[in-house]
Design a protein around this ligand. Sequence first.
Ligand SMILES: NC(=O)C1=CN([C@@H]2O[C@H](COP(=O)(O)OP(=O)(O)OC[C@H]3O[C@@H](n4cnc5c(N)ncnc54)[C@H](OP(=O)(O)O)[C@@H]3O)[C@@H](O)[C@H]2O)C=CC1
Ligand SMILES: Nc1nc(=O)c2c([nH]1)NC[C@@H]1CN(c3ccc(C(=O)N[C@@H](CCC(=O)O)C(=O)O)cc3)C=[N+]21
Length: 384
Amino acid sequence: MGGAAVALLAAARRRPTTPLVYFLTRAPRAGLHEAAASAAQEKGRRRRSSSSRLLGPDIPDTWDPPPRTAARPPSPGSAGVDYESTTTIIDGKSVAEDIRFQIAEEVRQMKNAVGHVPGLAVVLVGDRRDSQSYVRYKIKGCEEVGIKSLLAELPGNCTEDEVVDSVSRFNEDPSVHGILVQLPLPLHMDEERILSAISLEKDVDGFHPMNVGNLALRSRKPLFVPCAAKACLELLLQSGIELMGKHVTVIGRSKVVGLPTSLLLQRHHATVSIIHAFTTNPEEITHQSDIVISAAGVANLVRGSWLKKGAVVIDVGTNPIEDPTSDYGYRLTGDVCFEEAVRVASAITPVPGGVGPVTIAMLLANTLDSAKLAYGLATEPHEL
Ligand SMILES: NC(=O)C1=CN([C@@H]2O[C@H](COP(=O)(O)OP(=O)(O)OC[C@H]3O[C@@H](n4cnc5c(N)ncnc54)[C@H](OP(=O)(O)O)[C@@H]3O)[C@@H](O)[C@H]2O)C=CC1
Ligand SMILES: Nc1nc(=O)c2c([nH]1)NC[C@@H]1CN(c3ccc(C(=O)N[C@@H](CCC(=O)O)C(=O)O)cc3)C=[N+]21
């Protein structure tokens, strides 16, 4: 691993936990304060139950709705938000922690069985601060579960061929099971060419045209499903939210989030509406929906008035907005106006602390699945 990568890792260790002291992360787990023993039992139960529900490429046509264990009620009066007491704030950090716990266990088993651990290679081009942060989270996630991480950092003015060469080297490295090229790439580069250079078997982002096509075709299975789409589904499933026959609106149609999420939802028999920048009546469509998943990258796009009473809201948007009171000069906000939506929704994910941490956990899950296939520990794409 290069010096820059080591520096990044050191920075990741130094970095304090999320700069925003967010009320959700402070809310007690059910039973935690009553008795430590029962809390430990409860945690064990949640881990065991989540182990059978991690979404993988082998997507079931139907599933049993899990118990409502991962979501927790909001703490009254927190953050000055006067929300409906019945609104569930879906806790992505807790869901992600459970997934990482399970992955760490499987990585240990793999090491014992074949003497190898999974490996994830990340290609980072340029010096965008947001990309550097996301890559840092990914490397930190790897460390936490025992996955080996490799980082190739290239300057923003490098050539497209240099990026393809870097991908090719990772394709040939048997200790690498997953390759991720951090997006967006500099404008002068052909993103399609670079992403297509990633070997299908190592495409843990699930952006390869073959994986996207297989996700779209009901009779086929992709090797990997994009991580943010899996995160949205996992949060819905873990919160006990039924999808079959429900009207779900997805805002955004990108290959990273919107498109794969809409495809995955259809595999789960939801009726899906897709809103994009040219949709003329987004408010009307959204207002008819049982579930709204927003991935537009526009802060506060979705207002409370857009939502049907009792709708479930999954906010994928992660938008930096200026905030001189924050240590970093900015803070992250979602696509959804949380203060308004929380009064209308029956359940909602916060930003930060919602979809994001689960997306990272899903990347680790895809990398583990890839390594299992490579070492013959699984013969089918993912069965959890
Ligand atoms: N939390 C997480 O795990 C992740 C969060 N993200 C975040 O999700 C957001 C979206 O990311 P990504 O999909 O990569 O972004 P893109 O910019 O690639 O795609 C945005 C999509 O939203 C649509 N859109 C943009 N503006 C509007 C609007 N005003 N009304 C309706 N639709 C609109 C665009 O439509 P059109 O196609 O017509 O241009 C496009 O399809 C970002 O904030 C990103 O940071 C992304 C990945 C993971
Ligand atoms: N090849 C590729 N694959 C991606 O999956 C990909 C990408 N490129 N480019 C950028 C987007 C964005 N994305 C996020 C992942 C995690 C958080 C995340 O962990 N968010 C924390 C933020 C915590 C904080 O910064 O305080 C949260 O919401 O709680 C956010 C955004 C993946 N993307």
